[in-house]
Design a protein around this ligand. Structure first.
Ligand code: TYC
Length: 101
């Protein structure tokens, strides 16, 4: 190969980035009635009554439970709406978001 030959760079592969996901976490408290937590999980996270009941009981017994994972914006919006449903009734029900590792 002479000095004038063109050497092409190997094509740089476009890496498919894994979209970052955020967990919505339900926190236990001593005041919100169980039936109301189940109602919020059904309304905001589209859970069946059985699914909502087992997530609610997991948070009740362990202190917190992951409800679902979404993109950041959706996780934050769902956590906000779900927390607001409790606030409207005067309950301290809290949903937070956490980045998934
Ligand atoms: N601990 C509440 C009670 O005994 C029920 C409850 C469960 C509240 C889960 C919040 O995330 C929660 N009434």
């Amino acid at each position: 190969m002479s000095d004038q030959d063109t050497v092409l760079k190997p094509e740089t592969k476009a890496k498919a980035e894994r979209p970052k996901l955020w967990k919505v976490v339900l926190l236990n408290d001593d005041f919100t009635p169980r039936y109301f937590v189940v109602k919020v999980l059904g309304a905001i996270f589209r859970m069946t009554e059985d699914e909502a009941m087992s997530v609610m009981m997991a948070a009740h017994q362990q202190g917190a439970c992951v409800v679902a994972v979404f993109t950041k914006e959706i996780a934050e919006e769902k956590a906000r709406q779900a927390t607001e449903m409790g606030q409207r009734e005067g309950y301290p029900l809290t949903f937070t978001t956490e980045r998934e590792d």
